[in-house]
Design a protein. Structure first.
Length: 184
């Protein structure tokens, strides 16, 4: 299996990424197939622990759920990881001693954190890994430490599988974590 090619961002924290967000660090990765996106999710899962919030953004079909599927495989959770679009959130309990995965699709939620609070994510956060698709502008207040994953792809009528993934660690937790291991 071929690893994604990578162009590495700054190794040192790049400074604040919003009000009181703390240091951040960026890594850029090029992914050329759905299997590579799943593998990126598997590698990312090795960095995650209970209490982590991962925010995924990108166009429809960019690979957010595929990346989350790899996360679930590596975390060893129960159930197939599929898009939670129609149920808003799915909880995948751990089959071992790791944290459960809470997979949220915030696309149809417009009320920001007020609407997200109805999902009790703040209760789940300390015990789970929470992955929120379309969460920008909606879940940042849950924690000062979060990982933002932006997936960009060509738009329009294309069969191009190339994705450009930018992983940004925000806050002290991610300033102390070497996200460059995702490039290997």
């Amino acid at each position: 299996m071929e690893a994604p090619a990578a162009a590495q961002g700054p190794a040192e924290p790049s400074g604040p990424s919003g009000p009181s967000a703390g240091p951040s660090s960026d890594v850029e990765i090029t992914v050329t197939s759905p299997e590579q996106m799943r593998e990126l999710g598997r590698r990312l899962a090795k960095l995650l622990r209970a209490g982590d919030l991962v925010m995924l953004s990108g166009e429809l079909g960019a690979g957010k759920t595929t990346l989350t599927r790899g996360l679930g495989e590596s975390l060893g959770v129960r159930g197939a990881v599929t898009s939670p679009t129609f149920v808003i959130a799915r909880v995948h309990p751990s089959l071992g001693d790791g944290p459960p995965l809470v997979h949220v699709d915030a696309y149809r939620l417009s009320g920001g954190l007020d609407e997200m609070e109805d999902l009790d994510l703040d209760v789940s956060l300390s015990d789970s890994v929470i992955v929120v698709e379309w969460g920008e502008g909606k879940v940042e207040e849950l924690t000062e430490d979060r990982l933002r994953v932006r997936i960009d792809r060509a738009v329009g009528d294309t069969t191009d599988e190339v994705r450009h993934v930018t992983v940004t660690g925000v806050g002290e937790r991610w300033a102390r974590t070497d996200v460059t291991v995702l490039t290997g």
